[in-house]
Design a protein around this ligand. Structure first.
Ligand SMILES: CC(C)(COP(=O)(O)OP(=O)(O)OC[C@H]1O[C@@H](n2cnc3c(N)ncnc32)[C@H](O)[C@@H]1OP(=O)(O)O)[C@@H](O)C(=O)NCCC(=O)NCCS
Length: 160
């Protein structure tokens, strides 16, 4: 599996994967509520994907294996993880762990010393197990569902 910066040609397949990840894996968050789903899925389109891809101060990464997109993640240079979804076909195979590692590394490279995010209910246990701590009560983020603010300090590599 390779984790690399997204390119325009990834947009269609990445958005299909993002939509499946939300629909199939994040039921604890959206509870199949059509209003929440409409808002959450509404920006998972190739146009939005390409806008995120070219956004200054942010990186959009994809995990790819045998030509299939297994995960999509995004992080700002300030260390905010804004997107992190795995394909239902690749769940619990270490793909999100690898993606979060790549997002953290990119943020550190850009000078961040702290990663922040708003977790789904679905991913909370994952983030806790990977060194993130809760920063307070849930807020209205993460698509349309609530998000749980979490963060983790990261160590910048010593200058060479
Ligand atoms: C929960 C989720 C994030 C885990 O990612 P993954 O790629 O499937 O799994 P990985 O193999 O990388 O990580 C496994 C870890 O997930 C956690 N995990 C295991 N089972 C879990 C479960 N049933 N529910 C939640 N977390 C679980 C554990 O911490 C596990 O670590 P361990 O193997 O050392 O025990 C992913 O399956 C998921 O549901 N993603 C949906 C999208 C989402 O909510 N994204 C976050 C947006 S903020």
């Amino acid at each position: 599996m390779e984790i690399r910066d997204a390119v325009a040609e990834d947009a269609e397949a990445a958005c299909q994967m993002l939509r499946r990840s939300i629909l199939e894996l994040c039921v604890a968050d959206h509870r199949n509520d059509p209003d929440i789903l409409a808002l959450w899925l509404g920006n998972k389109t190739p146009d939005c994907f390409n806008a995120w891809r070219t956004q200054a101060g942010s990186s959009l990464l994809v995990a790819v294996e045998h030509g299939c997109i297994l995960a999509v993640g995004a992080v700002t240079d300030a260390g905010r993880i804004t997107l992190n979804y795995v394909s239902p076909d690749a769940r619990f195979r270490g793909v999100t762990r690898a993606m979060v590692g790549a997002l953290e590394a990119r943020a550190v490279e850009r000078g961040s010393t702290r990663l922040t995010l708003a977790s789904t209910k679905t991913a909370r246990r994952f983030y806790r197990a990977h060194g993130y701590t809760e920063d307070g009560p849930a807020v209205g983020e993460c698509g349309a569902a609530s998000g749980y603010p979490m963060s983790k300090p990261v160590v910048a590599r010593a200058a060479r």
